[in-house]
Write a protein that binds this ligand. Sequence first.
Ligand code: ATP
Ligand code: MG
Length: 298
Amino acid sequence: MSGEFRSIEDARGRLAEVGYLADEPASLVSYLSGRLGKPVLVEGPAGVGKTELAKAVSRATGRKLIRLQCYEGLDEAKALYEWNYRKQLLRIQTEAADTGWQEVKDDIFGEEFMLARPLLSAITAEQPVVLLIDEIDKTDQEFEALLLEVLSDFQISIPEMGVVEARTRPLVLLTSNNSRELTEALKRRCLYLWLDYPDVERELEIVHLHAPELDQAVARKLVEVVHMVRSLDLKKPPSIAESIDWARALLLLGAEDVDQAVLERTMSIIVKHRTDLDLVAERVGVKLGDGVFGRQAG
Ligand SMILES: Nc1ncnc2c1ncn2[C@@H]1O[C@H](COP(=O)(O)OP(=O)(O)OP(=O)(O)O)[C@@H](O)[C@H]1O
Ligand SMILES: [Mg+2]
C-alpha cells in the first residue's frame, strides 16, 4: 500500500511494514506532516533514527526520496540550482558569428542549461517526493533563511528565468543533531519531533528487526547493558546504530551470553573514546563479572 498516511495508526503500521518502528510521537508527526503540509524538524542525539525516519516515510508512501546533505558552507549553487557553464560555453562556441547576443542569451539561460539541485528538483518533480534535508545544523543561518523561502512559499526565483513554482508539494523532513540552536523562524514553520534513545522494550524490538537470528535472551541482556552504559557520564553514549552493530557482531562471534569477558572483547563496538572505554570496563564490566547484573535482570 502506498500514498498518504490516513491516520496515526496507519502511519505506524506502514512504517513498521517497511522496517521502521515508530513510537507515538513519530507516527503522529508523520501523519500530520502530510495532512497539514508542514515540514517536520527531527532533533535528537546521533544514531537514534532521524535520517532513517525520512527514508522509511519515503518507502511507506511510495514517494521518491530526494536528499540534501548539509555541510558547512553549503550554498545556493549546491542546494537550489546552478548554471551549466560548460554547456553554455559550448553552445556559445558553436553559434554562428552572425547570431545576435540576445538570442544566444535567451537560449543559454533556459532550462536545458540548468543543473537542478535537490531543493529545485523536489519542488519541480512531477510526482510528489519526500525531501530530506539532513543535518541542517551544519549549515549557517544564511542558508536557513534561504530555506525558509522555499519551505514557506514553495517557489524559487531565478533571476534569468523568473519564479519557478512548485508542481507538487514534497513531504519535508529536516534533521538536526543540535550542534547549534536553529532559528525561531525555522522552528515556527515546522512540526517538531524530538527523538531520544528508546526504552529497553522498543530497542529490543529494533535490534530484533535488524538481527533476527540473535537469541532473545542474549539480545535482551545486550540492550540492558547498552542502557546501563548510556546511564554513565560518557563522552559519546552508544546509539541504536551501535546496539545493532553489537548484536550483529555477537551473532557472528557466536556469543551465548553478554558477560564480562564478552563485554571486554567487544566493547569497542559500542564505545569509541579512550576514557569511555576505561569507565565502561570499570563500572559495567565489574558488575557483569560479579553476577550482580544477571540477578537484577532476572
Ligand atoms: N525506530 C527504528 N526502527 C528501526 N530501525 C531503527 C529505528 N531507529 C533507528 N534505527 C536504526 O538505527 C540506525 C541509525 O539510524 P539513523 O542513521 O537514522 O540515525 P540518525 O539519528 O540519523 O544518526 P546521525 O545523527 O548520526 O545521522 C539505522 O540503521 C536505523 O535503521
Ligand atoms: Mg542521520
